[in-house]
Design a protein around this ligand. Structure first.
Ligand code: BGC
Length: 749
């Protein structure tokens, strides 16, 4: 049972990466795995989902709450801070099964052990148990409480705060600069020993209790910190009062009781979502880590936000949501926790008005979804997002105005949720409207080329991102086509089953005139086709670009931080792409292209892919598994699975810090295991299970929920078994269909 991520030894250089790697979170808050004695320089962060703020002209980003874990330890007057005093031993241990982070540090005179979790049972609760064991008689002083001197990228987001103490209870609250949202953090500490309270400090953005006690060699002293966080975004009238009352209530329970409630939620999650591999411990642990990260970041309490591209591991990338959500993250939740996926789908319904506004801003119809979306539905992406590190000048990029595939991805996400769950509620509550609006957007964006009797999409940014202002990008066009097809399906479904709703929407959206256009464009939208060699050109003119090797092109890089994409980056004038584009299109629409075409394009594009985005590897892994490139599939699987564990990723683009979790890769890892090696696909009527295990793996087992019923798949190299106590949908294994009437089938491979 491989659930433990461990690291031994303390290395100052790893503080930033470890803060991300040892993340704990519950979708409401994300707590970086920094040590309790650390401060803002070490990038301590308790990042709050859905609480955004803008200071002056800086980027609007997520707000970090004051740090309730803050604790400094003094032994015989000397501070034990791993940065100052080299520990004799140091170990971090993240238990993925229980979602608990443990730290053990040994110094000359004491050993420190802490355990923390962000409760999955009570999302406002962060818990810390802190133990000191004396190796010799000594005097201990502890300085613990809440620290509002916190890491901000574009802050300060809580410019002024109130520090306070009421008896044993400490608090800090402050208001965000832009919207005046209150963020309140309260803390209560309980000890199992007597101490002398030296002083209570409520100044300089800190609320602390300083206490001391004597220890004899061999003794252990333990205290528990109960930390509650509420904000006005939670819809409570008085966040401070609510946090104070909450901390009083929870502190009547023991750490163990609260931990047990937290563990129960995680046990249920692992029951639904664990994927088991035999024969490869490294892959097993990495895969579980990625599932853990996804479940620690998914908002279970709200549909006003989704999962940011860098998770809740800080303010990086503005805490914004991208297409990453629909294409890389929703599949995991659609098939293991559809109620969480429903929140993600509703998030796009909630931001539909913003998407309509954006379409109008550019003189288009329908819904042009935000490239970078926060809670308001406005696009947080700017036109001059990247600074040229050579000239210091801003570069005009076209992520915001031309990466139009986003509207297709959003529609796809909503529709795929419906396919997986059969739940029409999201469609009826705005999902259908969003799909229709996205289709209408593509119609208004398209250009009808009379001479060729086809619609084209001109001036777009490829999903690959190194190429902007190009025509007829394969991924964009096929996704747009699918959107138009989905829209026609939605129209048919509503008309047939919900005629009143259909009429309502037709009137509300004034859509009747659009229906024939949408149907026509679904037929006539041009999607670049395979040429005589089976290769699909990524966009018009791509084949004419220079084609160096990735290594050769990389050797031309002058500065590791330089921006490689458009308008003037190195890659733009070449065939080298940042991430999967044609290969992604072929994967999502694999039923439209024969295996041979998918294989040829994988072979063609992989050497041209720099994999400069962490979104790339998972897609290459899945398609490689499908087309029989097993070794490559494994290589790319391990690459995506270990991104956040290894810290092997880019930290800067231009002068922009982009470190943090890589939630698309985290979700992509599940996809690569289950959809790649597990060969799982669901078309709404039957499960498709075509497993292809990597050499090393003896077996792979996973669970999926399709249309409300649980299925369990167990594959070895010789056979595949599908079980379900409740589901009776047929299963197709390598093209042969089997009935699940008996609740179990085993097929020899
Ligand atoms: C990728 C995009 C992605 C974004 C956020 C970029 O580097 O190229 O496709 O949406 O990061 O993860």
């Amino acid at each position: 049972m491989n659930f433990i991520v461990k690291e031994s030894g303390f290395d100052k250089k790893k503080v930033m990466l470890d803060g991300t790697r040892f993340f704990v979170g519950n979708g409401y808050m994300g707590v970086r795995g920094t040590l309790e004695e650390f401060g803002k320089e070490e990038l301590c962060g308790c990042t709050l989902a859905g609480v955004y703020d803008q200071v002056g002209e800086g980027w609007r980003e997520l707000v970090n709450a004051p740090n309730g874990l803050y604790t400094r330890l003094f032994v015989d007057g000397a501070e034990m801070n791993a940065l100052e005093v080299e520990p004799l031993a140091h170990e971090m241990e993240l238990d993925l099964r229980r979602a608990v982070l443990t730290r053990e540090t040994e110094y000359d005179k004491v050993k420190v052990k802490t355990e923390r979790f962000a409760s999955a049972d009570n999302l406002h609760l962060l818990m810390l148990r802190y133990s000191v064991t004396a190796k010799q008689d000594c005097e201990i002083t502890v300085d613990t409480g809440i620290d509002a001197n916190i890491w901000d990228i574009n802050g300060p987001h809580l410019p002024t705060v109130d520090e306070g103490a009421v008896g044993e209870l400490l608090y800090i609250d402050g208001e965000t600069a832009e919207l005046g949202n209150t963020v309140a953090v309260c803390g209560v500490m309980k000890t199992d020993f007597d101490y002398k309270l030296e002083r209570v400090v409520t100044e300089n953005r800190r609320s602390l209790r300083v206490f001391s006690f004597a220890m004899k060699a061999g003794e252990t002293a333990t205290f528990v910190k109960y930390i509650t966080i509420y904000t006005s975004v939670d819809g409570v009238a008085d966040p401070l009062k609510t946090a104070q009352e909450a901390v009083k209530t929870v502190s009547q329970q023991s750490f163990t009781e609260l931990l047990a409630a937290h563990e129960r939620v995680w046990a249920e999650r692992w029951e639904a979502a664990d994927v088991q591999i035999t024969g490869d411990d490294e892959a097993q642990l990495a895969l579980r880590y990625n599932i853990y990260i996804m479940y620690s970041n998914v908002p279970t309490h709200t549909d006003k936000v989704a999962i940011p591209a860098r998770g809740l591991a800080g303010q990086v990338y503005k805490g914004a949501m991208f297409w990453d959500t629909e294409v890389y993250m929703m599949p995991l939740f659609n098939y293991t926790h559809p109620d969480y996926a429903r929140n993600l789908a509703y998030y796009r319904v909630n931001t539909l008005d913003g998407a309509r506004e954006k379409a109008r801003e550019y003189n288009f119809d329908g819904a042009f979804y935000q490239w970078e979306c926060q809670e308001t539905g406005k696009d947080a992406c700017t036109d001059f997002a990247v600074i040229d590190i050579f000239t210091g000048r801003p570069l005009r990029t076209h992520f915001r105005d031309q990466q139009i595939h986003i509207s297709g991805d959003v529609a796809y996400g909503i529709w795929e949720h419906y396919i997986a769950t059969g739940d029409e509620a999201v469609l009826l509550d705005g999902g259908a409207e969003a799909i229709l609006e996205c289709a209408r957007f593509f119609y208004s964006y398209a250009y009808f080329k009379k001479t060729k009797n086809r619609y084209e999409l001109l001036e777009v940014t490829c999903a690959d991102e190194y190429h902007e202002r190009v025509h007829n990008n394969f991924y964009t066009n096929i996704m747009a086509k699918y959107t138009l097809e989905m829209a026609t399906k939605v129209l048919d479904l509503l008309k047939e089953k919900y005629p009143k709703k259909y009429e309502e929407l037709m009137t509300k959206l004034d859509y009747a005139k659009d229906v024939p256009n949408i149907r026509e464009m679904a037929e006539l939208l041009y999607v670049p086709a395979p040429d005589e060699n089976g290769i699909i050109e990524q966009f018009d003119g791509y084949n004419k670009l220079e084609c160096p090797t990735v290594a050769e092109l990389k050797s031309r890089i002058i500065d590791p931080r330089e921006h490689l994409g458009a308008p003037v980056g190195l890659m733009t004038e070449t065939q080298i792409i940042k991430q999967a584009d044609v290969v992604l299109g072929l994967l999502l629409f694999s039923d439209r292209y024969p295996l041979e075409i998918r294989r040829k394009n994988w072979e063609h594009y992989e050497p041209r892919t720099e994999h400069g985005s962490t979104l790339s590897a998972a897609i290459y892994a899945i398609l490689a598994a499908q087309v029989g490139f097993s070794d490559w599939a494994y290589k790319f699987f391990m690459k995506t699975a270990t991104i956040d564990l290894s810290g092997n990723y880019r930290l800067y683009v231009g002068d922009l810090f982009i470190g943090g979790l890589h939630t698309a890769a985290n979700g992509g890892t599940w996809m690569a295991a289950v959809q790649g090696f597990g060969g799982f696909k669901f078309d709404g009527e039957k499960l498709i299970v075509n497993p292809v295990l990597p050499e090393k793996w003896q077996s792979l087992s996973y669970k999926v929920i399709c249309r409300g019923c649980r299925y369990e798949v167990e594959a070895t190299k010789k056979q595949v078994t599908v079980r379900s106590a409740e589901g009776r949908l047929p299963v197709s294994v390598f093209g042969q269909e089997y009935s699940m009437e008996s609740g179990e089938i085993t097929v020899a491979l």
